[in-house]
Each structure stands twice: as C-alpha cells, then as structure tokens.
Design a protein around this ligand. Structure first.
Ligand SMILES: C[S@@+](CC[C@H](N)C(=O)[O-])C[C@H]1O[C@@H](n2cnc3c(N)ncnc32)[C@H](O)[C@@H]1O
Length: 188
C-alpha cells in the first residue's frame, strides 16, 4: 500500500473545512468547471460542488478517491473522482478554477512541480482562477518546498497575463512551525 493510501485508510469522515481563502473568494452560486489536484478526501471539491460547480477531483491515492466518492454521495453531489498521478493526467479541456492545496510539497522533483504549474497556467480559462496553497517550510520535507516568492516569479514572468489576487504567507501547524504560501491568480 502506498504512503497516501495508508494515510487515507479507515474513517472517511470529512474532518476539515475548505480553505478559508477559497471560501472568501467563491461564496456564490457558480457553474464553471473545477479541477482539484491532489483533492484528498475532497474538502475543497465538495465545497465548490455545493456552489454548483462541475468538479473533477484527481488524486494519486485510490483510497482518497473512494472517500471523496463516499462523501460526495452522502451530500448528493456529482463529482468526478479520478485516481491518477497529476504528472500523468491528460489535460484536454480548460477549467475555470484549479485548486492545488497542500500538494506541491509531495511532488518530489522540482522539475515536476514546475511542469504542473506551467500546465495549470495553460489549462485555465481566461478570467479563470488558480488557487495554490503550499508550504514554504516543513522541516522534514524542506527540500521539496517551493521557495518564498517563487510562484509569484513564475506567474509574473509567464507568457500569459495574470492578476495576482492574493499572495500571502501564514504560519500553520499545531506548533505554528510551518509557513504556508497562499497564492491566487486570475488569468486576464
Ligand atoms: C495533504 S493532502 C491534501 C489534500 C487536499 N488537497 C486538501 O487540501 O485537503 C495531499 C494530497 O496530495 C495527493 N498527492 C500527492 N502527490 C500526488 C500526485 N503526484 N498526483 C496526485 N495527487 C497527489 C495525496 O494523495 C494527498 O491526497
């Protein structure tokens, strides 16, 4: 059993609320397409589905997707859950919202992290929003964390035009020993 399948063994109950910055930005009915990358049990997918969005949720863990499916069924939402490593996901259509929350630190190679960022920049609609939350400091995973300001540099130097809606760092974790960057960009 893989690391992440082991993580999601057992209780499927959704214990966590959606990301507060996502809720602040999207809190009215919507009907666009959403891609939630590394969705886990689906706290953000389920929230956006509750607003009316058409959600595709991708996770490398089969158990995460089983739990997402169970939670979606329970709440009556129709979410397409896909078991797939995001590096192998075939992007064929554009999305209005792409969420990557607490995932990039698990993509072990820097070049793969950057490929994903470039992919989502390409596959977001004009006026679409990319939401990324990622740690800048996790002691045991430090080498896989993107450096502070890196996302901002990728977006400001990209071939597309972006409005940076949010780029803030905050302390997280039980001991407040992890710094997270919350980065939201809209394609213009
Ligand atoms: C900390 S959890 C975050 C889950 C969810 N995004 C959230 O914020 O609640 C990280 C998730 O990323 C998934 N993941 C890690 N590497 C992945 C990859 N290469 N492709 C797709 N999902 C991946 C894991 O299976 C896990 O569900």
């Amino acid at each position: 059993m893989s690391f992440f399948d082991n993580w999601y063994r057992g209780d499927a109950t959704l214990k966590a609320e959606p990301d507060e910055e996502l809720v602040k930005l999207f809190n009215e009915k919507g009907d666009g397409k959403v891609l939630d990358i590394g969705c886990g049990r689906g706290r953000n997918s389920l929230y956006l589905a509750s607003l009316g969005y058409d959600v595709i949720a991708v996770d490398v863990s089969k158990h995460a997707i089983i739990q997402l499916d169970q939670n979606a069924k329970l709440l009556g939402y129709d979410i397409e859950g896909i078991v797939c490593d995001i590096g192998d996901y075939s992007f064929t259509e554009k999305y209005d919202i792409i969420v990557i929350s607490n995932v990039l630190q698990f993509i072990l190679k820097r070049v793969e992290q950057i490929n994903i960022i470039y992919k989502v920049m390409e596959y977001i609609t004009t006026n679409g929003t990319i939401f990324i939350k990622h740690p800048l400091t996790i002691l045991d995973l430090e080498s896989q964390c993107l450096r502070n300001g890196m996302l901002n540099r990728f977006f400001t130097h990209s071939e597309f035009n972006w409005e940076i809606l949010l780029d803030v760092n905050k302390l997280a974790g039980r001991k407040k020993d992890c710094e997270l960057n919350i980065f939201i960009a809209k394609k213009s």
